[in-house]
Design a binder for this molecule. Structure first.
Ligand code: ATP
Ligand code: MG
Length: 200
């Protein structure tokens, strides 16, 4: 039996913000492993504007390969269905033996969680860890978490992670503009992006 963390995201591309957040949560909550789950067809994003599943999956594998506690799941990228977090959590619960499950998100995701499918059920189904991201340590966030705890009995933990003001959007824009992304993503991910001509 183990304590596992789930880190979902579009990962277009995965960057050090995602990796630092996951590792900090793993260490803080004493988790045995983190399962990264690249999103299949993200409900919130326009399908045409998201890089092919295969590329995002490979970049996630490359980025996590040196951490023995990090694994990658292909359940969302290989699915034909829209990948709602509630289904993913239920599937991962069936596939894994675990004692406690922690779903890891950036604080920005908590602020919009009420737009997620079956969010009330989702909030009751596992622990949530919200990592603060630069600009998200607001009073609104603290109030939101308080409300979700009271209304849905949500087990939400707030974790201050080292400020890494990195986003996939900025990385895509930098590549398109011919600017450096070195030290924002792992070397292998940087190489993979150039080799496959992504974000040009
Ligand atoms: P995009 O700019 O395309 O939205 P992103 O950088 O936000 O990409 P996602 O794949 O959307 O990356 O994020 C997956 C999860 O990681 C989300 O819960 C998000 O809040 C969190 N996250 C992303 N970047 C950071 C960061 N720098 N620090 C902490 N959490 C982050
Ligand atoms: Mg995002």
């Amino acid at each position: 039996m183990s304590r596992i963390g789930i880190m979902g995201g579009t990962f277009d591309p995965i960057h050090y913000g995602h990796l630092v957040l996951s590792e900090q949560v793993r260490s803080e909550f004493d988790l045995d492993k983190i399962i990264f789950v690249p999103a299949g067809i993200p409900p919130h994003k326009n399908k045409e504007s998201v890089t092919e599943n295969m590329h995002r999956y490979f970049m996630t594998v490359l980025a996590t390969i040196h951490n023995p506690n990090f694994t990658v799941s292909d359940i969302e990228v290989k699915s034909e269905e829209v990948s709602y977090t509630i289904y993913t959590i239920e599937t991962l619960k069936r596939m894994n033996e675990y004692e406690e499950m922690y779903f890891i998100v950036g604080a920005d995701a908590i602020l919009e969680i009420e737009t997620w499918k079956d969010y009330d059920k989702l909030l009751g189904s596992c622990h949530f860890v919200a990592g603060t991201r630069p600009g998200n340590e607001s009073q609104a966030l603290v109030e939101k978490i308080e409300m979700l705890r009271n209304s849905f009995n949500a087990k939400i933990h707030l974790l201050k992670v080292p400020a890494l003001d990195i986003s996939s959007t900025d990385i895509r824009n930098s590549v398109a503009a011919g600017k450096s992304i070195k030290y924002l993503v792992p070397d292998a991910v940087e190489q993979y992006i150039y080799k496959n001509g992504l974000y040009k």
